[in-house]
Design a protein around this ligand. Structure first.
Ligand code: B1M
Length: 217
């Protein structure tokens, strides 16, 4: 099977919510020489994007969304060590505290961002999902992190990003940490409006923005 056909099969298997098939196809794609990042972006992510479309149209229901997410996650499990450059000794550029904001359980995109940041040498403190404002603030204070990354996937939770920035200001920490925003509903305009330092539409760009803000070429 050629690599394009393999990617199409991965997309279809995520859309159909078939975790074990996604796992074996992902392994096959790696054996066929496809880069991990291509499998993520052109296979798994494209598949889950279509799941979201079907959900929005009302053709898919919550269980379909969950099966799609489980399928994507199992594929990512196979790829994560490669994305994160496992086994390689890399210099640590800076520490970034990362998490999905309060009220939001979406972890997949945030996990890809975490893996890619680790791969390019950042030390990542991943706080997980549904993270309250004060937990972000405490972690930034305790670790003296240079960066804080906030992921939000719901239009009902994006305002939490602004709440975290305001809480950093109130705690006297805002000038000590660069805040990076991301997630499907986020754009540069929102990041500017709430006073963030950076925005990234995807994981690869998140690494670039973090490197730019850290002054690393
Ligand atoms: Co939900 N969901 N979901 N969901 N879900 C969306 C977001 C939705 C757009 C689907 C739709 O209707 N089309 C919709 C939101 C609508 C809106 O707000 N306007 C939605 C909804 C409604 C819901 C529920 C409310 C459904 C319900 O219960 N009725 C519910 C909410 C639960 C909650 O959070 N409180 C819900 C639940 C779920 C699942 C749990 C079933 C599951 C998540 C599982 C998991 O994450 N472990 C899920 C999924 C899978 C999705 C979709 C289909 C896919 C999200 C995803 O993983 N994308 C999503 C539709 C969509 O986004 N098209 C949808 C793939 C991922 C690689 O992309 O997350 O965008 P993304 O991350 C990218 C970039 O955004 C960026 O880089 C990543 C990698 O390239 N990025 C950053 C992300 N974070 C970043 C941080 C950065 C920088 C870049 O710096 C810090």
């Amino acid at each position: 099977m050629d690599t394009e056909a393999l990617l199409a099969e991965i997309r279809a298997a995520v859309l159909d919510g078939e975790p074990s098939l996604v796992k074996s196809l992902t392994e096959k794609a790696l054996e066929a020489g496809l880069p991990a990042l291509t499998i993520v972006s052109e296979g798994l992510t494209e598949g889950i994007r279509r799941v979201g479309e079907e959900f929005q149209k009302g053709a898919y229901f919550l269980p379909d969304l969950v099966r799609g997410a489980q399928s994507m996650e199992i594929g990512l499990e196979v790829l994560q060590p490669l994305l994160a450059g496992a086994g390689e000794e890399r210099p640590t550029h800076a520490r970034i505290v990362l998490g999905t904001v309060h009220g939001d359980l979406h972890s997949i995109g945030k996990n890809i961002v975490a893996a890619m940041l680790k791969a390019s040498g950042f030390a990542v403190d991943d706080l997980g999902v549904n993270v309250p404002v004060e937990v972000f603030v405490d972690k930034v204070r305790d670790t003296e992190a240079a960066f804080l990354g906030l992921s939000a996937l719901l239009t009902t939770t994006v305002h939490q990003q602004e709440a975290v920035i305001k809480a950093l200001e109130a705690a006297g920490l805002r000038s000590k940490v660069k805040v990076l925003l991301g997630g499907a509903p986020i754009d540069q305009d929102w990041a500017d409006r709430v006073g963030a330092d950076g925005f990234a539409p995807d994981a690869a760009r998140a690494v670039e923005v973090a490197r730019e803000l850290a002054g690393i070429r």
